[in-house]
Design a protein around this ligand. Structure first.
Ligand code: ADP
Ligand code: ZN
Ligand code: ZN
Length: 723
């Protein structure tokens, strides 16, 4: 009799625990259960014991009873395999990954009903004007008393009176109202021959219902979205679910709109901005299979799809798919694994694929579908570099005369311009002109960034904010603070001085913090209510504004500072993406790139548009350095509020580094961000041959060490940040 169950409870500090299944309760692997732990009750998931060894085997007589089973379907094997793989690969506690799958606690409470009200058709004896108005406006609609009162523009009391009089009745409904069904035949586009060929390939994969990852590679504006929508339509026709991952929630809004145009209704959105009731409704609909298409940020990857038929990762090269806290996973790579376990195709769409992805294509592990040119009359924009040494901006300014002239010409043609600078706020550094004092964050090794719109100094690493003081805190001189360097707000000020008549908008995460704000911005752009946008990377992707014809990159060298291994690649991708915003309609686009090093290879590649040459050189450099995708890295980050404690553990880890052929360990060294959120940080970097099982080595290595709870040791496999 199997009255014993192994359970992964939602506590990352604990391994799997065994429980007794009481009489009358049935569980199977994947069942979501409530288990006692000391005096508390925890949610957990039943697992196959052979896949989740426990080092604390407890005798049958000492087992505690499970307390209950959630009224939802058990997590399916494909999702359980994904959870195991993620925990294993990223060296994370399985419970921490399970937590990402059980991302709505309200969803586990089972189905819930509520009473809604609707008209019965009966006319009450006493028909006051208000009652008549209510019945007329409500018509055949149904809702809570409050909702009906709002629709009818009467008080709740009037509605209640109508219920008493028998004119309105209550009906029991499921609180989770159903989602509309997207219609694959709603408004299919007429595809160009290239697009049709690409779509046919992707559709065939969906119909085959087997795993295959395909890179959908096409320049910005080539119609990648339209093409993968055909694969989405095929999955819908086959009765299967689709997951579309986007790198940022700001991109959700334009996506919802395009999806609506193509399929007649919105897909289910999944992101951190949802209210608990919305999360519950979405989670349950995804688990039941009723939610057909889900679009979301990386956390959507672990949702309990019932019958997944296609995964799309849009803007697949984006580094924001990498999660930098908790479980350090890369959503693009985990998406591929999910496709493998679910036996469904995965599409990675990008105009500037990551070198890692191109390498997988070269190895034959991924297929590739190309879209060669822009759709319709749209041409790729012309791109010029502006050498900031030869054509400098005027003193105290940041926009060079050639770009100013181009902006003036665009204004005269009543076309829109976009200035790109990947720096929020007014100035990245503020100092005192009298004593040289610099404003540093008290919690981080970082300068405070001045935000004039909110009149504050802010740390972009921990969120610490202070008012801008009138006196220098060091020498007490008055009004002596000077801003050094530009942020988007400062560029917007400069634009306002240059073109007082132009309507200027700043777009950053400070001004566009919600899908609604993004929608408002899109609306104003489309209505022509904005002439010039000054924005961070938030405006570099996804948007399609046909009247935007000029793009100016204020500081193309910015991303090359710091110089981590992907700096050139990221600069190339970012500037190609932002360039791709120009000239997407019938009017041609122009791009100006301000740089101090126009001869640098990445700048030359951007100007000539020769992506292949750039990729070839970059790939070769990576190969020579044994960097990804040819070798692999893993970072070990030791942090503590107690600096000596962090250093001691970092050193102990360094001293006990195993000697393994094909593996090198560097450090410990103070991290470039030596302090973050009040914690002192040290880093070690492991560099290994591709074939080496680094995870196993690190697991054994760290497993043999101990440290107190005030020290945190995080492992970042395939790191993207080296700070
Ligand atoms: P990408 O995702 O490659 O940047 P999009 O899918 O956004 O390209 O397409 C760019 C623009 O061209 C969009 O406005 C899109 O609606 C339009 N477009 C692309 N292909 C077609 C088509 N076959 N029919 C009509 N419009 C199209
Ligand atoms: Zn001073
Ligand atoms: Zn800080």
């Amino acid at each position: 009799m199997s009255s014993r169950a192994r359970v992964l409870v939602l506590n990352s500090a604990l391994g799997p625990l065994d429980y007794r299944v009481p009489h009358g309760m049935t569980v199977e692997p994947g069942s979501i259960v409530v288990a006692p732990l000391g005096p508390r009750q925890l949610v957990g998931v039943v697992w196959e014991p052979e896949r989740m060894p426990s080092d604390a085997e407890v005798g049958d007589n000492r087992l505690r009873n499970l307390l209950g089973v959630a009224d939802v379907a058990p997590l399916r094997p494909a999702l359980r395999r994904l959870i195991e793989w993620t925990a294993d690969y990223y060296l994370a506690p399985p419970a921490a990954v399970v937590r990402m799958a059980l991302s709505s606690s309200a969803a586990l409470e089972g189905s819930r009903t509520a009473i809604e009200y609707r008209a019965t058709g009966l006319v009450p004896d006493r028909l006051t004007p208000q009652r008549a108005q209510a019945l007329e406006r409500i018509g055949d609609r149904q809702g809570m008393i409050r909702e009906l009162a709002t629709i009818a523009d009467v008080s709740d009391g009037v509605i209640r009176g109508l219920v008493k009089a028998g004119a309105i009745e209550g009906v029991e409904v499921d609180v989770d109202s159903p989602f509309p069904l997207p219609d694959p035949g709603f408004a299919p586009p007429r595809l160009s021959p290239d697009q049709r060929a690409a779509a046919a390939r992707l559709v065939a994969d969906v119909d085959a219902a087997a795993y295959r990852t395909t890179l959908l590679d096409g320049v910005t504006g080539s119609g990648k979205t339209e093409v993968y929508f055909e694969a989405v339509a095929a999955a819908l026709r086959a009765g299967r679910q689709v997951l579309v991952l986007l790198p940022e929630i700001a991109l959700t809004e334009p996506f919802l709109k395009r999806f609506h145009d193509r399929f007649g209704c919105e897909p289910v959105a999944w992101h951190s901005g949802l209210r608990a009731t919305q999360r519950r409704r979405a989670w349950r609909a995804i688990a039941s299979g009723e939610a057909r298409v889900t679009v979301g940020a990386r956390s959507a990857l672990f949702l309990p799809f019932a019958t997944l038929g296609l995964i799309v990762v849009d803007e697949a090269h984006e580094t924001s798919f990498k999660q930098e806290d908790g479980v350090h996973y890369h959503a693009r790579d985990v998406a591929v694994m999910r496709g493998l376990f679910e036996r469904c195709p995965v599409i990675l769409a990008s105009a500037t694929p990551a070198i890692e992805t191109r390498h997988q294509v070269a190895l034959g592990n991924y297929a590739e579908v190309k879209l060669p040119g822009r759709y319709g009359a749209a041409e790729l924009p012309t791109i010029e570099a502006i050498d900031l040494i030869e054509e400098p901006p005027e003193r105290g300014r940041w926009i060079s005369p050639r770009l100013v002239n181009a902006m003036r010409a665009a204004l005269e043609r009543q076309e829109q311009s976009l200035l790109f600078l990947n720096r929020r706020g007014y100035a990245p550094l503020t100092l005192c002109r009298t004593c040289g004092h610099r404003f540093q964050c008290p919690n981080c090794t970082a300068w405070m960034v001045e935000h004039r719109l909110t009149r504050r100094l802010a740390c972009h690493h921990c969120g610490h904010i202070e008012p801008v003081p009138r006196l220098c805190p060091e020498c007490q001189s008055e009004d002596s603070l000077v801003a050094c360097g530009p942020g988007v707000e400062r560029i917007a000020d400069e634009v306002a001085v240059l073109f007082p008549e132009a309507r200027v908008t700043v777009v950053t995460s400070d001004t566009i913090w919600s899908p609604a704000k993004a929608a408002e911005f899109v609306g104003r752009m489309e209505a022509g209510a904005i002439d010039i946008v000054v924005g961070t990377q938030l405006v570099t992707k996804g948007y399609h504004f046909p009247n935007l014809t000029l793009v100016g990159v204020i500081d193309a060298d910015l991303g090359l500072d710091g110089g981590d291994l992907r700096a050139a690649e990221r600069t190339f991708q970012q500037i190609r993406q932002v360039s791709g915003r120009a000239g997407r309609g019938e009017k041609p686009g122009h791009v100006f790139i301000q740089t101090h090093s126009p001869k640098a290879q990445v700048m030359r590649a951007l100007v000539t548009g020769d992506a292949e040459a750039f990729y070839a050189a970059e790939t070769e450099a990576r190969q020579e350095a044994g960097a990804p995708p040819f070798g692999r890295y893993a970072a070990i980050i030791v942090s503590s509020e107690d600096q000596p404690a962090a250093l001691e553990i970092a050193r102990a880890i360094g001293r006990s580094a195993p000697r393994v052929e094909g593996m090198e360990v560097y450090g410990p060294a103070p991290a470039p961000l030596a302090m973050l959120r009040g914690r002192h940080r040290y880093r070690l970097l492991v560099h290994a041959r591709r074939a080496l099982d680094v995870q196993n080595v690190i697991r054994d290595w760290l497993g043999g060490l101990e440290w107190s709870t005030k020290v945190r040791v995080a492992v970042d496999v395939d790191p993207y940040s080296f700070l």
